[in-house]
Design a protein around this ligand. Structure first.
Ligand code: 13P
Length: 287
């Protein structure tokens, strides 16, 4: 069964650790992430971008697949299925499809419009027992064709959005999706601290989890980050392991071209990445 992310994130914030959101693209990734969460007794959030949803033929396919897998794999740890960077329309589709959590990314709207739309979604989510993430201050870099400049959120605007009844808040603090450029200035802990002071118990979300140095991750958790999103790092480890398999000619040996064999090294590599992240975020054994 899927659960809302509300309770797992409240526990994480109170216990000073973070729950990982790992984005899924297909059956293999989903299976790998669920297997590691169960192995490490960690709560987990499966993130689905609108692009990944389309790729998998629609949000209903994704929701039905994940629910069936939780049953077939006898997963006992809490699992939330979460729309990542949703449009308003995308959010409504995921409510219909049976997701347990959504992110409304209204960061590109003027703050008044972000507030209005977020308010409507707070109401809808509470009717469906779902959790809602809102965003203030765009996250930099490119994700699924969405390019954000990367900015530090205004703590007062964060407070305004947090007070609407959302369950988690993503605030830009200089974080970027994808690889960080060599001249990256690092996370703005001053901004994070100011946001946490104003928003109190609200679990904060750190996007762009790939490539942030470990000490910065730990500091962010100590300042109220309770959910960390990771996508690119799984893609990189999957691609590297698949490339190695093919370059070694393994796909030409025996039945190495069988998709179940061909995708195995990449899937194992994702598992290792997820294990490392869950250890670093401190969510192991917290299910
Ligand atoms: P990365 O791709 O940088 O890991 O970011 C993931 C993310 O923030 C998803 O919303």
């Amino acid at each position: 069964m899927l659960v809302s992310a509300k309770e797992m994130l409240q526990k994480a914030k109170a216990g000073h650790y973070a729950v990982g959101q790992f984005n899924i693209n297909n059956l293999e990734w989903t299976k790998a992430i669920l297997a590691v969460a169960e192995e490490l007794k960690s709560p987990v959030i499966l993130g689905v971008s609108e692009g990944a949803g389309k790729y998998m033929t629609g949000f209903r396919t994704v929701a039905d697949m994940v629910k069936a897998m939780i049953g077939e794999m006898k997963i006992t740890v809490p699992v939330a299925l979460h729309l990542d960077h949703g449009t308003y329309e995308g959010c409504l589709k995921c409510v219909e499809a049976g997701f347990s959590s959504i992110m409304f990314d209204g960061s590109h709207y003027p703050i008044e419009e972000n507030v209005e739309k977020t308010k409507e979604l707070v109401q809808i989510c509470s009717e469906h027992g779902m959790s809602l993430e809102a965003e203030v201050g765009s996250i930099g870099g490119e994700e699924d064709g969405v390019i954000g400049a990367g900015e530090c959120a205004d703590p007062n605007e964060c407070k305004m959005i947090a007070d609407l009844g959302i369950d988690m808040l993503a605030a830009g603090i200089g974080n970027i999706h994808g690889k960080y450029p060599a001249n990256w200035q690092g996370l703005s802990f001053e901004t994070l601290d100011a946001i946490q002071q104003l928003t109190g118990d609200m679990p904060l979300v750190l996007h762009g989890g790939t490539g942030i140095p470990e000490d910065m991750i730990k500091k962010a958790i100590s300042l109220g980050v309770a959910k960390i999103n990771v996508n690119t790092e799984c893609q990189l480890s999957f691609a590297a392991a698949t490339r190695k398999y093919i370059e070694a000619g393994k796909d030409l040996e025996g039945k190495g071209f069988d998709p179940r064999k061909l995708l195995l090294p990449g899937t194992e590599a994702i598992k290792e990445t997820v294990r490392e992240k869950m250890q670093l975020f401190g969510s192991v054994g917290k299910a």
